[in-house]
Design a protein around this ligand. Structure first.
Ligand SMILES: Nc1ncnc2c1ncn2[C@@H]1O[C@H](COP(=O)(O)OP(=O)(O)OP(=O)(O)O)[C@@H](O)[C@H]1O
Ligand SMILES: [Mg+2]
Length: 492
């Protein structure tokens, strides 16, 4: 069997990097123009691809003969030593610098880590000397940049006792000196702390706030990875997966990984994959929501407003200072960011999660988080009618949503399962293929699921049909699930 082509652990290697085309071409263009003193920062909450993009940009920088890219995770110990090791190996390999010159740098390093009197700026002056002699430039790719002060203080005695802010000021002076031959491309997921670090540079960093992929690239990635793994998933299914994952790179990869493991993309496999993705991310969402909630009711109100797209700049302009500061705290937490027209929730699935809480509570079923817009529409409608919407782990056959009636105590009667196949069409006629019909009838017979087709034409436009046939006309069904079941003599 082939290896699973989806990457769900750590950053993607540069040759498996997708999307972010605009950033990559801006970077190349700047390099081609001769820019070397980059001050770029990638700001995003967890798993948006910060480390991946740093690695990709480092690989691009490496194509330029005068650049020495060095990638560092700043939360690990000995950052200067690791930088120097990388730098020296490039100096000897890429620039054929004499061993002796490199050894000089190592002796300087010994002084740096042994003496309180020898400063970082003096040490880097020696580095600039060597770089100047071969006309090379250092480009530092610093992941989790906000964490740098601690390991740096541990390593360099002259920095001991300084606050984080003071350490960053030292760095600004070292890297901002007219002799410096360095570019900085940094990233971080602890947004508040990272923004504090960048503030030391007085707005000179160019900030990139990573969001989900654009839809076309998301589709292209899934197509390429499924193809690489030899699984021939049709385009309409890929489009649905992209919608279910909100085109978020990590959720896409997780979903792809699961589907690939299952080896099939039929309804049951997709549902199982959704359930597993939900299991993997649910606790993170729950904790994030709880963290906001623990701060107080205003914060939760703001979060729900953001989920309903109500935090437009006009509205926020009318906020009291106190409410505005609370909003800024949420920005620093990374749960909200400044979008084009409004403050928004950057994580598309967390946004869906927050949207569903007033109706479904803090443990909403997977089927209304990792789902298409049409499925969510149907789930809400069915719930409003008093049915329980179930986790897709109830998956039996070719349905997207499973619902059941509740008993007098409100407990779902899962023995009476309604399987709903959701179809979105902008036209007013919907056709089912023979193959689809066969599968639906099979599931009805095998599991006793009551099959229903929900024909969705747009927001609030749903027709339910409790009959399985080849052609459905919008308007001939019922806007209510209960009513459509009663019409067919099914009473739940
Ligand atoms: N450009 C990309 N192309 C394909 N997959 C990506 C890309 N960027 C991110 N991913 C997916 O997201 C996952 C996380 O990527 P990465 O580690 O780069 O994110 P991060 O923002 O650095 O995360 P963290 O906040 O945990 O440090 C990867 O394992 C991969 O599944
Ligand atoms: Mg990372």
């Amino acid at each position: 069997m082939r290896r699973n082509p989806f990457v769900i652990k750590d950053a993607v290697p540069p040759d498996k990097f997708f999307d972010r085309d605009e950033i990559l071409s801006d970077f190349r263009r700047a390099l081609d123009r001769g820019t070397r003193d980059f001050l770029w920062a990638f700001v995003a909450p967890l798993r948006f691809g910060k480390t991946s993009i740093l690695l990709k940009l480092a690989a691009i920088a490496d194509e330029y003969p005068d650049i020495i890219p060095v990638f560092l995770n700043c939360s690990e110990p000995l950052p200067v030593k690791r930088t120097l090791a990388n730098l020296c190996s490039s100096l000897t390999k890429k620039f054929r610098v004499e061993r002796e010159q490199v050894n000089v740098l190592w002796r300087e390093y010994t002084r740096l880590v042994e003496s309180r009197l020898y400063t970082l700026s003096e040490f880097f002056d020696k580095i600039w000397d060597v770089l100047e002699s071969v006309d090379a430039h250092l480009m530092l790719f610093l992941d989790e940049f906000q964490e740098l002060p601690e390991p740096l203080r541990q390593e360099v005695p002259s920095l001991q006792g300084l606050s984080d802010e003071q350490v960053f000021k030292v760095l600004r002076a070292v890297f901002g000196s007219p002799r410096a031959r360095v570019g900085l491309v940094v990233s971080g997921s602890v947004i508040g702390k990272l923004l504090d670090a960048l503030d030391v540079w007085n707005g000179r960093f160019l900030e990139f706030h990573l969001g989900p992929f654009d839809k076309e690239s998301a589709i292209a990635m899934m197509r390429a990875l499924f193809r690489e793994g030899g699984l021939d998933v049709p385009d309409d299914v890929i489009e649905q997966i992209v919608e279910m994952c909100g085109a978020h790179p990590y959720y896409l990869q997780l979903m792809g990984h699961q589907i690939y493991e299952l080896g099939s993309w039929d309804h049951e496999s997709i549902n199982l994959a959704r359930e597993r993705v939900w299991d993997a991310i649910f606790h993170y969402f729950y904790r994030l929501y709880s963290a906001v909630r623990a701060r107080g009711s205003d914060y939760i109100k703001l979060l729900h407003m953001a989920a309903r797209d109500e935090l437009t700049y006009d509205v926020v302009a009318g906020f009291s200072d106190r409410l505005y500061l609370k909003l800024q705290e949420l920005v620093r937490m990374g749960v909200i960011r400044m979008g084009e027209r409004s403050y928004e929730i950057p994580d598309p699935l967390f946004k869906r999660y927050v949207q569903t809480i007033p109706t479904f509570g803090e443990r909403p079923p997977s089927s209304i988080i990792i789902c298409t817009d049409a499925e969510q529409e149907v789930a809400f409608a069915v719930h409003r009618e008093g049915f329980a919407v179930l986790h897709v782990r109830y998956s039996r056959g070719p349905f997207d949503i499973y619902a059941c009636p509740r008993d007098e105590k409100g407990i779902p009667r899962t023995t009476e399962l309604v399987g709903i196949q959701v179809k979105f069409r902008s036209a007013d006629v919907l056709y089912l293929r023979e193959e689809e019909i066969r599968k639906i009838l099979e599931a009805q017979k095998k599991y006793g699921v009551i099959p229903v087709i929900a024909f969705v034409r747009g927001r609030g436009l749903i027709n339910f049909f409790a009959e399985v046939k080849t052609k459905y006309v919008f308007g001939e069904g019922s806007p209510s699930l209960r009513e459509c079941l009663i019409k067919r003599g099914i009473k739940l």
